[in-house]
Design a protein around this ligand. Structure first.
Ligand code: IMP
Length: 192
């Protein structure tokens, strides 16, 4: 089941209703549960610390955390983002650090989209300096063809082509994060 959005008065952010659905909320829920089951098996008897990358991963993390049966806690980091531009400047800056030490912990970095890989490469390097017991990466979407640096996720909900998407935490200029389905954002509106 998909849902409607109320048309916005701001012409820049039109209703998402006509935008093509790439993955429905049910498809997303099924994949997140499958990842949760896999993580529960792989970390049986252990505790997992999920570290979400704000803001995009907040919704994926909250669903994933509840799909994981083993003991887990979560934290968040924030990095400088693309803003309205689709192409990264390549510079990633930490805006919010983790709240608690991660040394000796089993950490899973949780991201909304693995795109060029710059964000997660930077965060992975940063986290490894703190000596976690293990470090893995979970991403809701993987745009493998856009990769600029070699990095792969251990847990991927969906592989997607090189298209701009919104919904399920993912934004266009901070809008549309609340959409329950993942939709293709029209190229002509993306302004790139
Ligand atoms: P990268 O892997 O460092 O290039 O950056 C990944 C980040 O770029 C993601 O966490 C998103 O915030 C953002 N991003 C990349 N592609 C999209 C998209 O299609 N929609 C919304 N945000 C995107």
């Amino acid at each position: 089941m998909s849902s409607s959005t109320t048309p916005s008065n701001d012409a820049q952010f039109p209703s998402a209703d006509p935008m093509e659905i790439l993955f429905t909320r049910q498809q997303i829920a099924d994949r997140v549960q499958a990842l949760g089951d896999q993580i529960s098996r792989e970390y049986a008897g252990q505790s997992v610390l999920l570290i979400g990358v704000l803001k995009g991963a907040a919704i994926f993390l909250s669903d994933l955390a509840r799909a994981i049966k083993v003991d887990n806690s979560f934290d968040f980091v924030a990095v400088s983002s693309y803003g309205r531009a689709r192409v990264s400047s390549g510079a990633v800056k930490l805006i919010k650090d983790i709240d608690n030490p991660i040394e000796g912990k089993h950490v899973i970095l949780v991201e909304d989209i693995l795109d060029t890989g710059l964000t997660l490469s930077y965060l992975r390097g940063l986290m490894l300096q703190h000596k976690p017991a293990s470090l893995k990466i979970a991403t809701c979407l993987d745009k493998a063809e856009r990769r600029l640096v070699p990095i792969e996720a251990d847990y991927v909900a969906f592989q997607i082509p090189n298209r701009f998407v919104i919904g399920y935490g993912m934004d266009y200029a901070e809008h549309y994060r609340n959409l329950p389905d993942i939709r293709l954002f029209p190229e002509e509106l993306a302004g790139h």
